[in-house]
Design a protein around this ligand. Structure first.
Ligand SMILES: Cc1cc2nc3c(=O)[nH]c(=O)nc-3n(C[C@H](O)[C@H](O)[C@H](O)COP(=O)(O)O)c2cc1C
Length: 200
């Protein structure tokens, strides 16, 4: 089949996010000016370059994470392992700004070193980020959409030491949860190793 998204798909559910899958989940924590922490998962998320390391997430609508980041200029990107799966989902509930998703989901906060935002205690890894740009996304006609992209430079990296094997971040131990389409998630990935080609 073929469809043009602007004209509809004719399927029971839009397959776009199932096609662009699996996606890593950036579990974004922030701290508002009044001290309240905020935490929410974003799967329109990825690392976009590594020198310097920059991550990006996008918000469908100007959600609390975006407005707090606009105010504070910083955020933390926590990663979701099997142990955090259900709690991560709970933090996607549309709690009012000012309600701590850490408390609502029974998660402990851990302090960061370089930013005021807390991180999720026990998460396999967390990236402390300083905002580099916030853009309202445009469509192909140059018209603004209701989506905001937030970019941040990674200025600090936390790794749960138990996730390291011989100095390598061990995904077999971290068991990252990824977002698929519909209501589906991917659990621990099957890992295969393939060296880069040495000839053309
Ligand atoms: C796994 C998962 C991934 C999500 N990814 C996104 C996303 O990429 N963009 C978005 O706007 N909302 C996403 N959501 C929904 C937000 O987490 C939800 O709207 C949340 O309440 C936003 O919280 P905030 O207003 O505190 O930022 C996702 C939800 C789940 C469960």
């Amino acid at each position: 089949m073929f469809f043009e998204p602007s004209k509809g798909h004719g399927l029971p559910r839009n397959p776009f996010k199932a096609i662009v899958a699996p996606r890593p989940i950036g579990w974004i924590s922030t701290r508002a000016g009044d001290g309240t922490p905020n935490l929410a998962p974003y799967s329109f998320f990825n690392a976009v370059c590594d020198t310097p390391p920059i991550v990006m997430f996008s918000s469908s609508g100007r959600k609390d994470s975006v407005s707090i980041i606009e105010e504070t200029g910083e955020f933390v990107c926590n990663f979701v392992g099997e142990k955090q799966f259900k709690a991560m989902s709970q933090t996607s509930f549309a709690y009012e700004r000012g309600i701590s998703e850490f408390a609502e989901a029974g998660l402990a906060e851990a302090e960061c070193r370089l930013v005021k935002a807390p991180r999720v205690a026990g998460a396999p890894a967390a990236l402390e980020c300083a905002v580099t740009e916030i853009s309202r996304l445009k469509d192909r006609n140059g018209d603004v959409t209701g989506n905001w992209a937030v970019f941040g430079e990674v200025i600090g990296v936390h790794i749960d030491d138990s996730m390291l094997t011989d100095g390598f971040f061990d995904l077999a131990k971290a068991k990252p949860v990824t977002r698929l389409g519909y209501l589906d998630y991917g659990m621990a990935p099957e890992i295969v190793t393939l060296p880069r080609p040495t000839t053309g």
